[in-house]
Write a protein that binds this ligand. Sequence first.
Ligand SMILES: Nc1ncnc2c1ncn2[C@@H]1O[C@H](COP(=O)(O)OP(=O)(O)O)[C@@H](O)[C@H]1O
Ligand SMILES: [Mg+2]
Length: 210
Amino acid sequence: MASRLIAVDGIEGGGKTTQLSFVRACLERAGHPVLVTREPGGTALGEEIRALLLGHREGGMALSTETLLMFAARSEHLERVIRPALAAGQWVLCDRFTDATYAYQGGGRGLAHDKIAVLEDWVQQGLQPDLTLLFDLPVAEGLERAGRRGAADRFEREQQAFFERARSVYLERARRWPERYRIVNAGRGMTEVRAQVEALLAGWLERIGG
Ligand SMILES: Nc1ncnc2c1ncn2[C@@H]1O[C@H](COP(=O)(O)OP(=O)(O)O)[C@@H](O)[C@H]1O
Ligand SMILES: [Mg+2]
């Protein structure tokens, strides 16, 4: 059957990266070849851009620069990795995608969503994830978990209010396009989150006939 693009997204500490290999296993068990990748990054140049975006720098970075770098990395990723993989019949599983730009640069930092939409249209040319698993949990819990993970990157150092706005944008988008999103209640223990992921994927795969 046709290849698919699947994203996992959500605020810090939801367990996206932790569950990625389990998502992959579920898809492979259903008979689909999976390429796992991440944003920002996923290519050699994209990973260099990631380092620029996540690294600390005196005086920070203009919001326009940050957003353009996100889409520069995404463009490279789409052209060199995602589109070729999809064309070759692979399923692509991506740790974060454009929802994160709407949530962080849009919600978190206040960039107008129509500015993001212009870049999205240009770079993606209509390509959207077929499924986005949104790992949702209270901000304080997510930050607490992320804090235990190690040194905070440039985004993780933001205040709780930044992530509250980001979380709201994710949830608004999930409510607006319910056919594309599945919300994981990520505030639960590892075993329960995994069971939710498995059930949501099984339901979605059945719906698309895969
Ligand atoms: N369900 C869970 N309950 C408790 N801790 C978790 C859970 N899922 C992940 N963690 C831990 O929380 C931290 C953040 O998880 P991670 O997968 O890096 O989140 P994300 O990629 O969404 O930011 C990690 O240390 C991870 O081991
Ligand atoms: Mg992660």
